[in-house]
Each structure stands twice: as C-alpha cells, then as structure tokens.
Design a protein around this ligand. Structure first.
Ligand code: ADP
Ligand code: MG
Length: 340
C-alpha cells in the first residue's frame, strides 16, 4: 500500500564520493522525518544513477523506525494520472485530502510535472499543507531546480527551500563495490579481473553496469560457457555501442560554425550582430536537444553565458522556426548534419 520496494534499502545503496551528500541527507531525513532542514529533500541526477533506489531507501528506513507513520511513494506520472481521474470523477477534494494526511510523501521524477499546470497547482497546495504541518516531502528529478523547465516559479521556489542533492556517476571503486554487492546477493561468483573489466568500461549509468553483469551471467549459463574476459569484452562492447551515441557540445559548435562559415570563436564571441547571435542560439538549441548537459553547463561552454540565456535561445529558436521560413531551413539542415 505504501508501494515501497524493500530491496531498495540503504544497505544496498553503496556509498561513494558521487552520492555521499545525497545518501547522508537521506539518512538524516530517515532518522527525523520532517525534523530536519532538508524539507523537501530533492535528489537529482541523470538516468540510472540511483534516484529511485535512494528515494525508496529513505521510505523503507522510516517505515522501519516509525511503523506508525504513513509513508507513500508515488511517481509524478501516476500522481498526475490520479489527479486527472479525480477531476473527471468530481472528487478532487478527496484526492487532496488523501495526500494531506500523509506523514512522508515521496514523489519520483517531478520533471514529469513540466507544463502540467493543473497538477502543479494541486501539488503546490498539498506541499504547503504538509510542510506547514511538519511532514516530510522527498522529491527526485532528472535536473536541478535551476534547470527545470515549465514548472511554475512558486513551486520551484518551494523545491529550493530544503536541500537539493545531486547523484553523480560513481567512481571506479564504487562501481566495483556495487557489482560485488549485487553478485553476492545473487549468490554468483565471478573473478575480480572480470568484475573490474566491466566496472572500468561502463561508467555513467549504474543500471547499465548491472545490466552488463546480468547479461554476462545469462550468456554464460544459457550457452554453458565459462565467464571469461573475452565474453565480458563482447558484452561490454554491445553496451557501450548502444549508449555512446551522444554528440558533444564542441561538435555541435563546430558543425553550426561551419554551416554559417564562421569560426567557433566568432560564434562564442560577445557580438550582438544578428547572424552571429542566431548561430549561437542554434548551437545552444541543439546542445539542449542532443546532449544531456544542463542549461548552465551549455551556457558556460558556448561563450560563457548563463542558463537564462540558453533558455531564451531555445525559446527563440522554437518561435523563429515556426514564423520564419529561412530560419526553419537552418534548423532542418543542421538537424540533418547533426543526426547520427
Ligand atoms: P534512477 O531512478 O536515477 O534512474 P535507479 O534508482 O532506478 O536510477 O537505479 C538504477 C539501478 O542502479 C538500480 O538497480 C539501483 O539499485 C542501482 N544503483 C544505483 N546506485 C546505486 C548504488 N549507489 N549502490 C547500489 N546500487 C545502485
Ligand atoms: Mg528512477
């Protein structure tokens, strides 16, 4: 009924530099739900870095320490669906009331609320009620609050009230520990050099790291092959091939500059000349579209601009491509050049 997964525990969430702040903040919240300044606790980071796992771990630990507290885990997507249903069935107030009496509310992937103003509005009221009554709110998101788009300002400001803690890609040592812990729990033995080979080559996503080990075990047992370094190489290659399909911001700047026959340094310069500004805005737009970089990071790489400038660039490109035929042609040509 609380929707918590007991396997997603703190014990199974291995600590490293990349997650220390978030993990410890989570532990602090679990010890004193609603009683720390980490309210809300917002955990953010890229795909497969452990946001859902950590969010569950906090809930599981609270349930353990405070069995009388009501803890609810729900994805923002499901929350939105429930809200829409409640409106259709004319029981919006019941929906709100249900959420206002929870002690610990965990909402996963709040970026899903982007552009959904009705759900944002209802969540704003639920949030305020819980916060005022000393209840704990835990949120996860794929972006930091400053990089979230189409979320109302008043809600964003609430997100920033507590602590925003980032999960980054774990270092090599942590990746090895994660794999060893998983193998141990599954009762599978594997040579250290094979584990290290996998951990060395799959760096940015823990889900893929585990996925590679799972395929390795499956391949060896279905084909009755021994788990060797060569088999590990084969599998790792497939994983890396499938995921290394992201263009870099440098590459985007190069392609856009070439297209407009200017140097990258011109594109990055401070000039306000219209065609250069447009080239720069297009580079920002494609960096947002084709990479996972944050607005802040795109801005700093394309001529040391801030995140607001990048956001403005993305909106300008959207607007111009629907009103200006010539500009739309630029976008189409560049999309073709940049598509892999
Ligand atoms: P996200 O929600 O950020 O996309 P998940 O929480 O679904 O990521 O994590 C993906 C997988 O990686 C899960 O199986 C999770 O248990 C595992 N994982 C992530 N970080 C860690 C960690 N620090 N220790 C152990 N397992 C981890
Ligand atoms: Mg998740």
């Amino acid at each position: 009924e609380s929707q918590l997964n007991p396997n997603y525990s703190f014990e199974n969430f291995l600590e490293g530099d990349a997650n220390r702040l978030a993990r410890n903040a989570g532990l602090a919240v679990a010890n004193k739900p609603g009683g720390t300044s980490f309210n809300p606790l917002l955990i953010f980071g890229g795909v497969g870095l452990g946001k859902t796992h950590l969010a569950h771990a906090i809930g599981v630990d609270i349930k353990d320490k405070y069995p009388e507290k009501t803890v609810l885990y729900i994805s923002a997507e499901k929350f939105t669906q429930q809200y829409i249903d409640s409106v259709k069935k004319n029981n919006r107030n019941d929906f709100i009331h249900f959420y206002q009496i929870i002690d610990v509310l965990i909402i996963d992937d709040v970026q899903f609320l982007s552009g959904k103003s009705g759900t944002q509005d209802v969540f704003f009221h639920i949030f305020n009620h819980l916060h005022q009554n000393g209840k704990q709110v835990i949120l996860t998101s794929d972006k930091a609050p400053v990089d979230m788009q189409d979320i109302e300002q008043r809600l964003l400001s609430r997100f920033k009230w507590g602590l925003s803690a980032e999960l980054q890609s774990p270092d090599f040592e942590t990746r090895v520990s994660i794999l060893k812990n998983k193998l141990y729990r599954d009762g599978v033995e594997m040579e250290d050099d094979i584990i290290e080979y996998v951990a060395k080559h799959i760096k940015t996503n823990v889900r893929e790291l585990e996925g590679a080990i799972i395929s390795l075990i499956a391949q060896s047992s279905f084909n009755k092959k021994e788990i060797t370094i060569n088999l590990a190489k084969e599998i790792v290659e497939k994983f890396v091939k499938n995921t290394k399909r992201e263009v870099s911001i440098d590459y985007i700047q190069k392609v856009v500059s070439d297209y407009f026959q200017m140097d990258v340094s011109t594109l990055q310069s401070k000039t306000r000349k219209r065609h250069i500004v447009q080239a720069r805005q297009l580079a920002m737009f494609f960096a947002k579209k084709y990479t996972k970089a944050s607005l802040a990071s795109i801005g700093s790489q394309i001529g040391k601009r801030d995140h607001a400038t990048v956001l403005h660039a993305c909106k300008t490109v959207d607007n111009l491509s629907s009103t200006d035929k010539q500009f739309r042609k630029y976008v189409e040509d560049l999309s073709k050049k940049l598509s892999l």
